[in-house]
Design a protein around this ligand. Structure first.
Ligand code: ADP
Ligand code: MG
Length: 248
């Protein structure tokens, strides 16, 4: 067994503090993941034997040309889609073959998603948008309001609870989307080109929020095609034609 097949990396016991140091459980383990769309002449090999591990607490940028497989990878990591072959362990559970109902439960309890287009419901206030993911959690209505309010305060929107998306700037709408993504206290935040629709000043603000969330322990995986954005992550993984070409 190689050290890479252990779910813990080098851990050392510190007798003075009575704690394990360098304890880095792996949150994402992809083993030879392939994804094929279509059939016959229309077959697309979007991912080809991709293997990758990401540890809890990491921040990781995914880069590569358009069509290189970044969103396909994110959809698989986020349990929105299943690989054609290979295994995917999320938080030490093999999720590659789970039925949709179980994937949905994992998505709702352990994952948060942020997209380039904010995907907010236009007729709902910021608070109502953030409450939505809590509806299925068996939490009372007042507790849902409290948790959504706290999430919006975390992203600096405590004073915009009752505004609808069209009364908010692009950066503020993306903050609402981030609040919605974190309201269930996810282990992993997935962001697919989250600053792609924002100006550079707003991009910096949003990256600051991601940094703060990552500092609290949330693992962050973010697709971007700006190296300026990727620079904010600890690690960058490059894709070309459905394969990893560089993994720092
Ligand atoms: N649902 C789909 N059906 C068929 N082909 C798809 C589908 N989604 C993505 N593809 C194809 O898979 C490849 C990778 O796409 P994608 O993962 O979206 O790349 P990226 O996010 O890096 O731009 C592309 O050739 C794309 O056209
Ligand atoms: Mg994409």
């Amino acid at each position: 067994m190689t050290s890479d097949s252990l779910s813990l990396t080098k851990d050392t016991f510190d007798h003075q503090s009575n704690k394990i140091n360098n304890y880095h459980p792996i949150i994402i383990r992809l083993e030879e993941i392939s994804k094929v769309y279509g059939s016959g002449n229309a077959t697309v090999h979007a991912l080809k034997n991709v293997s990758l591990t990401i540890e809890k607490g990491e921040s990781c940028a995914i880069m590569g040309a358009s069509g290189s497989g970044k969103s396909t990878l994110m959809n698989i990591i986020g349990c929105l889609d299943r690989p054609t072959s290979g295994r995917y362990y999320f938080d030490n559970l093999d999720v590659s073959g789970l039925p949709e109902t179980e994937l949905a439960a994992i998505r709702n309890s352990k994952l948060g998603f942020v997209f380039q287009q904010f995907h907010l419901l236009p007729q709902m206030s910021a608070l109502e948008n953030v409450i939505l993911p809590l509806i299925y959690g068996g939490i009372s209505a007042p507790a849902r309001r409290d948790r959504a309010t706290i999430a919006l305060e975390k992203v600096g929107l405590g004073n915009r609870l009752n505004n609808k998306p069209n009364q908010l700037s692009g950066g503020q709408q993306q903050r609402v989307a981030i609040a919605r993504a974190i309201v269930n206290n996810p282990l992993l935040l997935l962001a697919d080109e989250p600053t792609g629709a924002l100006d550079s000043q707003t991009t910096q603000e949003i990256l600051g929020i991601f940094q703060e969330l990552n500092d609290t322990g949330i693992t962050l995986v973010m697709v971007t095609h700006e190296s300026e954005v990727a620079r904010h992550c600890q690690r960058t993984i490059w894709f070309r034609d459905g394969q990893i070409t560089h993994n720092s």
